[in-house]
Design a protein. Sequence first.
Length: 128
Amino acid sequence: MSARRGFTLIEVVAALFLLALGFGLLMQLLGSALAQTRRAALQTEMALAAQSLIDRLGMDFPLEPGERSGELGGGLRYRLSIEEDAASSSLAGGVPHPWTLLRVRLRLSAEAGAEADFETLRVGVRQP
């Protein structure tokens, strides 16, 4: 009696099923990695835009209490809020001084729906 060499149809189907399953899992991993990369790139872009906008305070934007909003390039919108910090009046122990501590809040929003909030303190000239 001679032994047949080769694979049965069930073995071939099972091997193809496992190959398709592995390929599907690989594609899912690559897709989620790509989405995470896009999110990270958007967050980096938003952080750089925020740093640039905050650096322009006092030059392109007046460093005084108030709210401003607008659009940056690349589909980014901003809302900038500047207010005098409550601790500012107690800095000199009640002695009048020309400086004030300003709390700067910045909210960036992208067309993709992502939002990011940033906050910092700046020293400004007290308004009479």
